[in-house]
Design a protein around this ligand. Structure first.
Ligand code: HAM
Length: 421
C-alpha cells in the first residue's frame, strides 16, 4: 500500500532535536517563572471571529493564512494562528483582567497556511509572554530585558533588537490618513498588493519588500513624526530603561508588525543567520485589544518567540543544549543475572532520581549488549555477570576511554553519583 505522508509544512520533531527543544523550552519557561510569570493553557481552536476582530480582517494572517472550517454544528472555527487573541479571550472570560495585574505565559503550536520554507512552517511553536494591567514603560522594558536574559542562558549571540512606537489608536489613525494621502499621490508606482492595502491597511505598505517601491517607501512620512506626546514620553522612558541595563537596541521607524492590534511599543529580535525569516521573537503593546474583544479597557503588552527559529540557531552552534543521553546502560549476562540486575537498577533509580539509566532489553550475548550500550551514548556500562553476582559486585565500564573496575553493589550509589556529576 502507498504510505501516507505528513501534511505539507507540518514537521515531525525527532531525536536528537527533541532534546534541544526540551532544553530550550526549559530555559525559556524557567526564566519566565523566575520573573514572576504564570502559565496559562489555551485551546488550539477558537471562533474565527476572534482573530478577525483582533489580528485584523485585512491582515495576511486572517485574509490568507488561517485554517478555517465549519464544524459539525456549523460554527466557524479556526486553528489559532497566534496566541495573543486567545489569551485575551480567556482573560476576559475567566475574570483575570479587570482591575488586576497579570503576567502570563503560554506555549504550544500555532497554524498558518504560509508558503513553507526555512524557518517558516504551517504548524510552528511559540512560547509567548503577555502582561495585563500595566500602563507604564517599565513592563515593556522588563519583557525585553528578560528576553535578553533568555538569549544569554541559551548561549545565543548576535541577536539584534529593533524597536519602534506606533502611537495610540488615535495617533495611528491620524498617521494612516497622512500615509493614504502620500501613497495616493503616487498610486501609479504602487504594486497590486500595495494598491489593495491602500484601502485596507496602508501601514503595511511600509513593510513592502518590492525593490521597485523601495525609494517611495523610504521617502514616506514617518510615524515617529506623527506620534502623540504621551507615546513619545512612553517611548523615551522605555529607551532610558533599556540603556540603564545596557540593553542595545536600534529604533526602526519602519517596524509596523503584521498584526493590527499594536499600539505604542513594537519590537522584534532579529538574526542574520536564518535567511529571510529573520525575526525570532516579536511583540509589542496592545492597549486597545481587551476592549475590542469585549472586556474593559486594559493596558497590555507581550511577545512571542518562534521556537523552530531559536532551535535552529542553537543547532547552528550558536548555543549548546546539554546531552540527554543515558548516564549508564545496564547489561546482564549469564545464568540468573537478569532479575538481580533489574532489582539493582530499580534501587539505583530510587536513590538517584536524576540518574538516566537504560536497562538492556531484548536479550542477546555480551558483545551485542555492549554494542547497544555504546550506541546509547551512555558514558558507562554497568555489567553484571555470574561472577559479579556471586561476589555482590558489578563492573563499571567507561565506554569512552578509561579503566573498567568492579564496585560492590552497596558502594554503587556513591560511585555513580560521582560519575553523573
Ligand atoms: P508574530 O510576529 O506573528 O507575532 O509571531 C511571533 C514569532 O513567531 C515570529 O517572530 C517568528 O519567530 C514566529 N513565527 C511566526 N510565523 C511563523 C511560521 N510560519 N513558522 C515559524 N515561526 C513563525 C505574534 O504571533 C504575536 N502574537 C506576538 C505577540 C504576543 N504580540 C504581543 N504579544
Amino acid at each position: 500500500m502507498k504510505s501516507i505522508q505528513s501534511v505539507r509544512g507540518m514537521r515531525d520533531l525527532l531525536p536528537p532535536s527533541t532534546a534541544t527543544w526540551r532544553w530550550l523550552e526549559h530555559v525559556v519557561t524557567d526564566t519566565l517563572i523566575a520573573y514572576g510569570y504564570n502559565e496559562i493553557r489555551l485551546p488550539l481552536l477558537e471562533r474565527t471571529e476572534l482573530f478577525a476582530r483582533s489580528v485584523g480582517e485585512h491582515t495576511d494572517i486572517v485574509e490568507k493564512e488561517m485554517y478555517t472550517f465549519a464544524d459539525r454544528d456549523g460554527d466557524q472555527l479556526s486553528l489559532r494562528p497566534e496566541g495573543t487573541a486567545g489569551c485575551v479571550r480567556a482573560g476576559i472570560q475567566n475574570g483575570l483582567l479587570h482591575n488586576q495585574r497579570q503576567r502570563l505565559w503560554y506555549h504550544g503550536p500555532m497554524f498558518r497556511h504560509e508558503r513553507p520554507q526555512r524557518g517558516r512552517y504551517r504548524q510552528f511553536h511559540q512560547i509567548g509572554a503577555e502582561t495585563y494591567g500595566f500602563a507604564g514603560p517599565d513592563i515593556d522594558a522588563e519583557l525585553l530585558i528578560l528576553t535578553q536574559r533568555i538569549w544569554q542562558r541559551l548561549g545565543l549571540k548576535g541577536l539584534r533588537l529593533e524597536i519602534n512606537s506606533l502611537g495610540t489608536v488615535a495617533s495611528r489613525a491620524a498617521y494612516r490618513d497622512v500615509l493614504v494621502e502620500y501613497f495616493s499621490a503616487h498610486r501609479e508606482r504602487l504594486d497590486e498588493d500595495s494598491q489593495r492595502r491602500l484601502g485596507t491597511n496602508p501601514l503595511r505598505i511600509l513593510d513592502s519588500k518590492n525593490p521597485e517601491m523601495a525609494d517611495l517607501v523610504a521617502a514616506a512620512p514617518q510615524l515617529t513624526e506623527h506620534l502623540d506626546p504621551e507615546s513619545v514620553d512612553h517611548f523615551d522612558e522605555l529607551k532610558g530603561l533599556l540603556e540603564q541595563v545596557g540593553l542595545e537596541y536600534a529604533v526602526n521607524p519602519r517596524l509596523v508588525r503584521g498584526l493590527d492590534y499594536y499600539t505604542r511599543t513594537a519590537f522584534e529580535w532579529l538574526t542574520d543567520q536564518l535567511g529571510a525569516q529573520a525575526a525570532v521573537c516579536a511583540g509589542g503593546r496592545y492597549d486597545g485589544l481587551v476592549e475590542v474583544i469585549g472586556g474593559r479597557a486594559t493596558p497590555a503588552v507581550g511577545w512571542a518567540m518562534g521556537l523552530e527559529r531559536v532551535a535552529e540557531l542553537i543547532e547552528l552552534g550558536a548555543g549548546e543544549a546539554p546531552s540527554l543521553a543515558p548516564h549508564v546502560y545496564a547489561v546482564a549476562v549469564g545464568e540468573g543475572t537478569a532479575q538481580p540486575m533489574l532489582r539493582l537498577a530499580e534501587s539505583l533509580r530510587d536513590q538517584l532520581p536524576a540518574l538516566r539509566l537504560v536497562q538492556h532489553c531484548g536479550g542477546g550475548g555480551f558483545k551485542a549488549q555492549l554494542k547497544a550500550a555504546d550506541r546509547s551514548g551512555a558514558p558507562f556500562a554497568l555489567i553484571m555477570g555470574e561472577q559479579e553476582l556471586e561476589r555482590g559486585e558489578v563492573a563499571l565500564k567507561p565506554l569512552r576511554g578509561g579503566e573498567q573496575r568492579n564496585v560492590a553493589t552497596t558502594a554503587l550509589v556513591d560511585a555513580l553519583r560521582e560519575a553523573i556529576e
